[in-house]
Write a protein that binds this ligand. Structure first.
Ligand code: F6R
Length: 263
């Protein structure tokens, strides 16, 4: 695991965005795995600015989102399709027909999950997957106890996740308790994974992910198995890591090595 510890959420967003920008410069028709939630919003803003400044184009890009609420149509303001359109896709030169989010209103959700897996395969797999992390260590909506090899499927949300996400729903609005989510195995198949975490509320989950045992109790710990994963986190999210100084030291050494190789 590469662990990049930065001062604050602004630096985290810029660093994360640069990884995506470099990916798109190297491979303009990349397949991106995307996430919703509060954490990636500033990164998306950086991507929008880079696109508007013509530093990067999304016209040949395909995207697959991690998850969607089961029971919400894409036109519902709390759906993740709506979120992605509003926060990112509507502001890019992207072909929206090449942006995929699991269908929250599928008549046959089980088959919709299989179709989603097949669509990812048909596009050649995900080149780079963006992740946030839940306070309980979930990635996508793979809640604790999820199979570490799971594929896209219907998942029941924990009480903790429902409470965390209640802030997006008004009091009289229906909040789904079920979701469709890429599985942990689906995420691990991505060629590169970038996980962002900011704030003290994520520090226990980051500790369990990086220095804890590989366990379904912390789904993100499965990333210990991935060969190309980078965690971009701020000081607050890193605050409980016992080897924090060592991770910072590794990054300094890596930077020196990259500078040397670039000469
Ligand atoms: C979102 C998703 C979730 C979030 C996680 C963190 O598509 O899959 O795993 O990344 O719940 O959410 P925020 O960023 O709101 O703290």
């Amino acid at each position: 695991m590469q662990i990049v510890i930065l001062k604050d959420s602004v630096e985290v967003a810029k660093y994360g965005a640069n990884i995506f920008i470099k990916q798109l410069i190297n491979k303009p028709n990349s397949v991106l795995g995307l996430a919703t939630g509060s954490t990636p919003l500033s990164l998306y803003q950086c991507l929008i600015e880079a696109n508007k400044a013509h530093h990067v184009s999304f016209k040949d890009v395909t995207t697959f989102n991690l998850d969607e609420y089961l029971g919400l149509k894409g036109s519902h303001p709390q759906s993740y399709r709506y979120f992605m359109n509003e926060k990112l896709f509507d502001h890019l030169d992207i072909n929206k027909e090449q942006t995929f989010v699991p269908s929250g209103d599928a008549l046959d959700p089980i088959n919709a999950c299989l179709d989603y897996e097949n669509m990812i395969l048909a596009k050649g797999g995900i080149d780079i997957q963006l992740l946030g992390i839940g306070r309980n260590g979930h990635i996508g909506f793979n809640e604790p106890s999820s199979c570490l090899m799971s594929r896209t499927r219907v998942k029941t949300l924990t009480k903790a996740t429902i409470e965390d996400n209640a802030r997006f729903f008004t009091l009289d609005e229906y909040q789904p308790h079920l979701s469709i989510t890429m599985g942990i195995g689906t995420i691990l198949d991505a060629k590169k994974v970038v996980l962002l975490a900011t704030g003290e509320s994520k520090s226990d989950a980051i500790l369990a992910t990086v220095e804890g045992a590989l366990t379904a109790s912390c789904p993100a710990s499965a990333l210990q198995f991935h060969q190309n994963v980078v965690l971009v986190i701020d000081d607050a999210a890193a605050s409980k890591l016992s080897n924090r100084d060592f991770y910072k030291h590794i990054e300094i050494e890596n930077q020196k090595l990259r500078a040397h190789l670039a000469q």
